[in-house]
Design a binder for this molecule. Sequence first.
Ligand code: BYC
Length: 472
Amino acid sequence: MISAEKIPNNVGLSSNKRLQRALEHWQPKYIQWWKDMGPQGFQDYHQVYVRTAVSVDPSGWAHFEYVRLPEYRWGIFLADPVHDRRIGFGDFVGEPVWQEVPGEFRNQLRRLIVTQGDTEPASVEQQRWLGQRCPSMYDLRNLFQVNVEEGRHLWAMVYLLHSYFGRDGRDEAEELLARQSGNRDKPRILDAFNEPIENWLDFFMFTMFTDRDGKSQLLSLSESSLDPLSRTTRFMLTEEAHHMFVGETGVARIVERTCQLLKDAGYSEDVRSVGGIDLPTIQKFINLWFSLSLDLHGNEVSTNAASYFGNGLKGRAQEEKWDDHRATERFYELDVPFNGGLERKTIPIRTAMNEVLRDWYVGDCEAGVHRWNKIFERFSMSDRLRLPDRKFNRSIGMFSSLHFDPFGAPLSKEEWERRRGEWLPDAADREYLLSIMARPVYEPGKFANYIAPPLRGINRQPINFEYVRTEA
Ligand code: BYC
């Protein structure tokens, strides 16, 4: 029996019998999925110091407690309503936003919500073995925080499916638990969510780059004319920020440690020989996860994207910064493959909405890489990390059938096959990373040799706090 009191929410769950009934059916399946596909080895005897959202105001947000993972209180929250909110873009700009799903947009909205929802459990599945290789208890706790919040994001999308899409929505909610990351027969919808995340460099790059796609997509969905979708995604964005913090600081701490090891060795040592992660390997993982995450923005030219925009379902990130909210007059210039080279083409901006969002995303990633590069400046080193060219290693869009190096220079298929190991992690890189992560570090305040400690602990706790404790 589901207890509305045990599920933190601001959607009136205790008086909404229909939603209660739908959740009653779904929640046991969710918990079973969490136990089977969530963090492996930490379900029964461990208590984790996590933050639980108990309301949307800042005090309810900062609620920390020790919980056993399957007992985490996954909740349902919408950001506060905006008084007299109006549609901000597309053909219906200026009209009141919708509190129900218009029949003619039902399929498109369901597809967007299902695609968004599918990524959340996928990421938990991808990360489920990482606890066994963690670099510290602090990092272990952060991993689980990210995992429970991705679980909550799944709840957020399931809430929308249950509340606004009737029978189809309930079926889709079940399917979200049935597809599995990397499963050949029933894979997750978007490619990056079928990639293995087997080591902590993958994890930090994923939370830096792929969670940042979460940020750009959620920003554009938070503009939606469907007000419940807008309010749900606005609240999700607050959680996403912590995930990107984990990724950005995780990579920064690895870079910091690598610089330190190099400095200690008088800049003469191969960092691997002293157990660190060398800069070329870090660059390869940037190349991999950035290019996979670029793909998540879809095709450069997309009639789907144009239609989402025109219908007011999915806008641009920070739509208020644009001046033409109908976007019927403007054009977008992009380089398209032509005759073995590239040709500049002008297309109506509505069909370029995936590319417009990708521009925003690339800018946000660049700022993060810039912050990493400050570490080298502090060590007076000339090395720099960089984002690869947007055409590099693409599997979606018009560059997917072509090959480019990280600087954007075209390559033949043979050259690409011959040289890809220079730019993307190969088996030897992965083997090395697994070798230095083979023994997890579970002692409070201790850190694996390849990563520096964080500047401070979580919720003002000391760095050597027991963030994960084992029951007797
Ligand atoms: N992989 O017209 P197009 C997050 C398919 S991450 C495989 O360009 P459209 C998170 C597409 O489905 C954010 N297939 O694309 C992060 C279509 O297939 P069909 C997730 C792909 O429809 C970390 C065809 O190509 N949220 O939250 O505009 C941890 C033509 O596509 C891919 C969203 O994505 C791909 N990468 O799709 C946890 C927001 N890209 O129907 C969570 C919702 C395209 O022709 N989704 N295809 O067979 C959307 O807004 C859109 O669906 C897309 C682009 C941005 C994905």
